[in-house]
Design a protein around this ligand. Structure first.
Ligand SMILES: [Zn+2]
Ligand SMILES: [Zn+2]
Length: 462
């Protein structure tokens, strides 16, 4: 744990409508000085920093975001703990760990939750869950992923990765901090108010690898009793303070395809006496994407691309083996469910006249994350409580996300959390020079706190 992890002295008063007295002096406050955020805890701090219009919550006392609500309490908690959150995030950023090896991260999460008076549960291997609140109704779950990527960080930040070849370049350190912040804010809320709703925070390992952590976490029982589940992902294409939402598919499925063609080989002067595998491969490369686009609805965003073709070594010899490797992506979960059969049948039909033997090795990736209508409307109301001017419609990404394994089982929704400072080029995820604006952390915590209010028994959102 780093020296800056325990900093918790940024106490200031917040009055009933969420406006703040005092100024933000912490590094997160400086990083989060973003125009355009006008409500909610982070926005209140921002307004104090920038001298912008005082914050308004857009919610009357007594409703889901009013006085006594989790959102109002969390706004105050965020003002008092902003530096602490920054410290947690920087500790995680300095000490990234690869998928399935998040031992130090798991220990840090367990220690932080325990210090907040909670009773965390370690998952087999790595990862943590913790339940907060009581009640027999459906559990409300929030998922944060905790793993980093095999990249050498080149940001030059003073809190850059200390681990050569490993970097939090997908923002999972921020996701972890947001869910950790929510858990600790709720722990404190419960000391002063009843929380007749069980909230489960899931710290999931190994999001970045195939056969990843979500399926292990679900197998360990993390979804038992869960009625709704929510997640967010940093979005460097959106400015800090903006929240991107989408009903339906927000990510895509990505499967890995391999086709292995084999034949007896021969002399190139006599291709009619053998199976010409290079010709067969050429037929596949040109005909397969075209036939696929005539087999599935093009509006589903189904795309087959070969990235590697290997075969042959001599200009005058027909090879005995040719391999093609690629990805099949689709934005439609129904297409994804039958993609393997569709792909294999088309390959066999194209190759049959060439006489080549063909083997298809199809590796299922993840399905698209399907954002449920009701869950997304809950997120939308919570986002409006954070900043009514900050809500954006998110486009569907062609990337994959294993949060989809949760939304296959229970209704849920994933939000895009704006994390661009608004200065310079918009960076891209998974790049060694990406810098996330830490000002997005309190926005994420405030968003999830609003979701708790809207799914609270007896809240106007129910
Ligand atoms: Zn990633
Ligand atoms: Zn990610």
């Amino acid at each position: 744990m780093d020296a800056d992890v325990s900093g918790n002295n940024d106490r200031r008063r917040v009055d009933g409508d969420g406006t703040t007295a005092g100024t933000t002096t912490g590094p997160a406050g400086a990083a989060g000085a973003t125009p355009g955020t006008t409500a909610g805890a982070p926005a209140a701090a921002t307004a104090a920093t920038t001298g912008a219009t005082p914050a308004t919550t857009g919610a009357a006392p007594g409703d889901a975001a009013g006085a006594g609500s989790v959102a109002a309490f969390t706004r105050d908690w965020l003002h008092r703990n902003r530096d602490t959150l920054t410290g947690w995030r920087r500790h995680l950023h300095r000490n990234p760990e690869l998928s399935h090896r998040e031992e130090g991260t798991t220990a840090f999460i367990v220690d932080t939750l325990t210090a907040a008076g909670l009773d965390p549960h370690r998952l087999p291997g790595t990862g943590v869950t913790v339940d907060i609140g009581e009640g027999d109704g459906p559990v409300l779950a929030f998922r944060g992923d905790i793993d980093a990527l095999p990249l050498d960080e080149v940001t030059g930040l003073d809190y850059a990765s200390r681990v050569p070849g490993v970097m939090h370049a997908c923002g999972h350190d921020i996701h972890t901090t947001v869910v950790l912040g929510l858990a600790c804010a709720l722990a404190e809320y419960r000391r002063e108010h009843p929380l007749p709703l069980r909230v489960r925070c899931i710290f999931q390992p190994a999001e970045e690898v195939m056969g990843g952590g979500a399926t292990d976490v679900i197998a360990a029982g993390a979804l038992a009793g869960v009625g709704h589940i929510f997640a967010l992902h940093c979005e460097p294409k959106l400015r800090t303070g903006e929240i991107g939402l989408r009903t339906g598919a927000i990510t895509s499925a990505a499967d890995v395809v391999e086709v292995v063609l084999t034949g007896p080989g021969g002399h190139t002067s006599r291709p009619h006496l053998t199976a010409d595998l290079v010709y067969a491969a050429g037929a596949l490369i040109t005909q397969l994407p075209a036939l696929l686009s005539r087999t599935v609805d093009p509006r589903t965003g189904t795309v087959l691309t070969f990235g590697a073709v290997n075969g042959g070594s001599a200009f005058n010899a027909v090879p005995r083996e040719v391999r093609l490797l690629g990805t099949l992506r689709t934005g439609d979960v129904r297409v994804w469910r039958t993609a393997e059969e569709t792909f294999t049948a088309l390959v066999e039909r194209i190759v049959a006249p060439t006489g080549a033997r063909v083997e298809v090795r199809y590796t299922k990736g993840v399905p698209p994350v399907m954002n449920d209508d009701v869950a997304t409307s809950v997120l939308a109301r919570a986002a409006e409580g954070v900043d009514p001017h900050g809500v954006r419609e998110a486009p569907q990404s062609s990337g994959g996300e294993d949060f989809s394994w949760y939304t296959e089982r229970v209704p849920g929704s994933m939000a895009r959390l704006g994390s661009w400072t608004g200065v310079g080029e918009k960076p891209d995820l998974h790049q060694p020079d990406i810098v996330f604006d830490e000002g997005c952390i309190p926005v994420g915590v405030a968003l999830f706190a609003g979701v708790v209010d809207h799914l609270h028994p007896g809240s106007p959102g129910m």
